[in-house]
Ligand binder design. Structure first.
Ligand code: ADP
Ligand code: 5GP
Length: 212
C-alpha cells in the first residue's frame, strides 16, 4: 500500500508586472514539471509575432470575450493594459477534480478573484531585481509601442504593491535561481499539511488499526 497522492489537485497562481520575466520563468518550470498543467488564458490582445494561438493564449475578439463574461465562462477575468484576459473555468475544474496540479499566470486583479473562490490556492509573486531592470527588460523585449510601454510601467508601479499579499515572493534576478525557487515552492505546496490531509488520514488509520 502507498499513500502518494492527495484527492484534489493544487492551484498555483503566479503574478508579476509585465516584463519581470514571468513567462520565461514559467516556461522553464513547466519543462521541468511535466505533471503540472498550465492554464492557457483567453485574451483580446493581438498576438505578438512569436506567439501561437492555443499555446500562449487563445486569442479571441472582444465580442466573444464579453459573451463569455455574461455566460459565466471564466473562473476569473480582468481588463489589463486596455485588453481583456480571462481563465476558462472548465479545464481548471476538470484538472483539479482529476487530482492534477494547475498553474495560472494571471494579474493581481485575477489573483484576488481566484483567492476568494479557492482559498487553498498557493500564490506566488515574482519581483524584478529592481524597477529599472524591469523597464530595461520590457524595452529590450521590443514587443510594445512607446505608448504601451508607458501603460505597462504605470501598471507595474501599482501592481508591485500587491506583492505583500502573496504566499511566496521570488526575485527573478538570475533566471536559473528563480526557476529553482519556483520549483521549490511547487514542491513545498504539495507537501503542506492541508493538501496532504487525505494521505495523512489514510496513513494514521493504518497505524490505529495495526496490532502491537
Ligand atoms: P513577462 O512574461 O513577465 O512579461 P517575459 O518572460 O516576456 O516577461 O520576459 C521579459 C524579458 O526579460 C524577455 O526579453 C526575457 O528574455 C527577459 N528575461 C526574463 N528573465 C530574465 C532574467 N532572469 N534575466 C535577464 N533577462 C530576463
Ligand atoms: P501580456 O499581455 O504581457 O501577455 O500579459 C499582461 C498581463 O495579463 C500579465 O500580468 C499576465 O499575468 C496577465 N494575464 C494573462 N492571462 C490572464 C488571465 O487569464 N487573467 C488575468 N486576470 N490576467 C491575465
Amino acid at each position: 500500500m502507498h499513500f502518494a497522492s492527495s484527492s484534489s489537485g493544487l492551484l498555483f497562481i503566479v503574478s508579476a508586472p509585465s516584463g519581470v520575466g514571468k513567462s520565461t520563468l514559467i516556461r522553464s518550470v513547466l519543462a521541468e514539471c511535466p505533471n503540472l498543467k498550465f492554464s492557457v488564458s483567453c485574451t483580446t490582445r493581438p498576438p505578438r509575432p512569436e506567439e501561437i494561438n492555443g499555446r500562449d493564449y487563445v486569442f479571441i475578439e472582444k465580442e466573444e470575450f464579453l459573451r463569455g463574461i455574461d455566460s459565466g465562462r471564466f473562473l476569473e477575468w480582468a481588463e489589463v493594459h486596455g485588453n481583456y484576459y480571462g481563465t476558462d473555468s472548465r479545464p481548471i475544474e476538470e484538472w483539479l477534480s482529476a487530482g492534477q496540479d494547475v498553474l495560472l499566470d494571471i494579474d493581481v486583479q485575477g489573483a484576488r478573484m481566484v483567492r476568494c473562490a479557492f482559498p487553498g490556492a498557493v500564490t506566488i509573486f515574482v519581483l524584478p531585481p529592481s524597477f529599472q531592470e524591469l523597464e530595461e527588460r520590457l524595452k529590450n523585449r521590443a514587443t510594445e509601442s512607446p505608448e504601451q510601454l508607458a501603460v505597462r510601467f504605470e501598471a507595474a508601479r501599482r501592481e508591485l504593491f500587491d506583492a505583500p499579499w502573496y504566499d511566496y515572493v521570488i526575485i527573478n534576478d538570475d533566471l536559473k535561481e528563480a526557476v529553482a525557487d519556483l520549483a521549490a515552492v511547487l514542491r513545498a505546496g504539495r507537501c503542506a499539511r492541508i493538501p496532504q490531509a487525505p494521505v495523512l488520514k489514510k496513513f494514521l488509520a493504518t497505524v490505529v488499526g495495526a496490532r502491537a
